[in-house]
Design a protein around this ligand. Structure first.
Ligand code: PMP
Length: 462
């Protein structure tokens, strides 16, 4: 934010009244707020009319971009017909039924039932409760621990933040709660040891998961949760062979595998599901975000028949299935979910992602020559550029210097919205982005990177 420009009325009102998520709130007036007024296609516009390419699809969610008329019509029609209803007490709505059917149709493994939530955090929270409920039903009351990974992101409710493996979500929040175990982050560039090959790294982290399971006792572990490709941890793509190796361990010990597809679902990686891209066979799935292309909040958990039967057994004993959210399966969200899936299919959005992914890849790869860039990571239309102080040794910048945040600020000044994850700059443009727009995105990013390099040198940050 340029301090020489006076704050607008909306900015002043924002600072006085809004508590901003994921913001260094002690510096709000210095860094923003950037008040967004409207969006069209892959662009958003601030209140002063400046355009930005939304290189993050908002929060990895607005896959169809902004202002899609078919989505707007579907929302309007649903609001006119039935603006709200719920699914409690054996009630149903047509939009929820239709969306559940569609999700089952496109699921990567056979699924039997869909439980709706309002968000990804609620979906993952629900996953943990369902795993506990299932094991109580199966007479295994001690099989309750959940394995997650360092740098994972699964949300911010008490349990989903506990599953998350990032310091900001734990320090100061009295988290994680017990019963949650964190295993290694599968990021070879950052966590591979000196002289270790990628295969050796893979063997070591799979071995460490095996040790963890044996040490804790397989009879105490209910589930492992994983994003096929880690998003908010820095867009981390595990080495080939990682998921099949893990899968074998989990199968051996009757531990269910929860795929958190909140970012990777609905074409983002070039397949319907990230789990298909990375060769992962989930037991259950959490989804949200592109489920409605972010036109309304909605999350979902998909479960297979055998697991569903365990809930039925348990609810028989207890009297009811005691879980549900007021807005879980909101008709607006479900109608938009149905419409989004219809659009993904009829406009062949996945085919489009595949067709522009080589441009994304080529422009990413070109960045590796830049003096600030240590690693580029990409899959489909999601990726990250990791900035380092020293390319040869992979030495990171002092995190207190905020190099990533500064780079994101330079992006903004060049009409581009990207997200800094410490010093990795994430990319997740709307899936409808054209080749020309992708090139424009990277042209803007290269300007930001040049400004960042000049700033790093001027400040002597290396
Ligand atoms: N899981 C993943 C993989 C996510 O990326 C996110 C959000 N970034 C969540 C869960 C949480 O979703 P929500 O913010 O809708 O609660």
């Amino acid at each position: 934010m340029n301090q020489s420009v006076p704050l607008t009325n909306l900015q002043t009102r924002d600072i006085s009244s809004v508590l901003h998520p994921y913001t260094p709130i002690h510096r709000l007036g210095e860094i923003g707020p950037l008040v967004i007024e409207r969006g069209e296609g892959v662009f958003v516009y601030d209140t002063q009319g400046r355009d930005y390419i939304e290189g993050m699809s908002g929060l990895w969610c607005a896959g169809l971009g902004f202002g899609d008329e078919e989505m707007i019509d579907a929302a309007t029609e649903q609001l006119r017909t039935l603006p709200y209803y719920h699914l409690f007490g054996a009630k149903g709505t047509e939009s929820a039924i239709e969306l559940a059917e569609k999700l089952k149709e496109i699921a990567p493994v056979p699924m039997s039932k869909v439980f709706f939530t309002s968000s990804g955090s609620e979906a993952n929270d629900t996953q943990v409760k369902l795993a506990w409920y299932m094991n109580n039903a199966k007479g295994r009351p001690n099989k309750k621990k959940i394995i997650s990974r360092m740098k994972a992101y699964h949300g911010v409710t008490v349990m989903s933040a506990s599953l998350t493996g990032l310091p900001y979500n734990h320090i100061g929040w009295d988290l994680p709660v017990d019963r949650v175990l964190h295993t290694d982050c599968p990021h070879y560039y950052r966590f591979g040891q000196d002289g270790e090959t990628e295969q050796e790294f893979l063997n070591r982290i799979v071995g460490s998961l095996r040790d963890l399971i044996e040490r804790e006792g397989p009879d105490t572990i209910a589930a492992m949760i994983a994003e096929p490709i880690m998003g908010a941890g820095g867009v981390i793509i595990p080495p080939a062979g990682y998921y099949p190796a893990i899968q074998a361990l989990l199968d051996e010990h009757d531990i269910i595998f929860i795929s958190d597809e909140v970012i990777t679902g609905f074409g983002r990686t070039g397949n319907w599901w990230g789990s298909q891209t990375v060769n992962m066979r989930p037991t259950t799935i959490s989804t949200a975000k592109q489920l409605t292309a972010a036109y309304a909040p909605l999350g979902a958990v998909m479960v297979p028949e055998d697991i569903y039967q365990a809930y039925v057994d348990h609810s028989k004993q207890i009297g009811t299935f005691g879980h549900g959210f007021t807005y879980g399966g909101h008709p607006l969200g479900c109608a938009l979910g149905v419409k989004a899936i219809e659009i993904y299919q009829k406009r062949d959005i996945i085919g489009h992602v595949r067709s522009v992914a080589p441009v994304f890849e080529a422009r990413m790869k070109k960045l590796t020559d830049h003096p600030l860039v240590g690693e580029v990571r990409h899959c489909g239309l999601v990726g990250a550029v990791e900035l380092v102080a020293d390319k040869a040794t992979k030495r990171s910048f002092d995190p207190k210097k905020g190099v990533g945040a500064q780079c994101a600020k330079f992006c903004e000044e060049n009409g581009l919205i990207q997200r800094a994850i410490v010093d990795s700059i994430a990319f997740c443009p709307p899936m409808i982005i054209t080749e020309a727009q992708l090139n424009e995105l990277f042209d803007r990013f290269e300007k930001a990177l040049a400004a960042c390099e000049a700033w790093v040198s001027k400040e002597g940050l290396r």
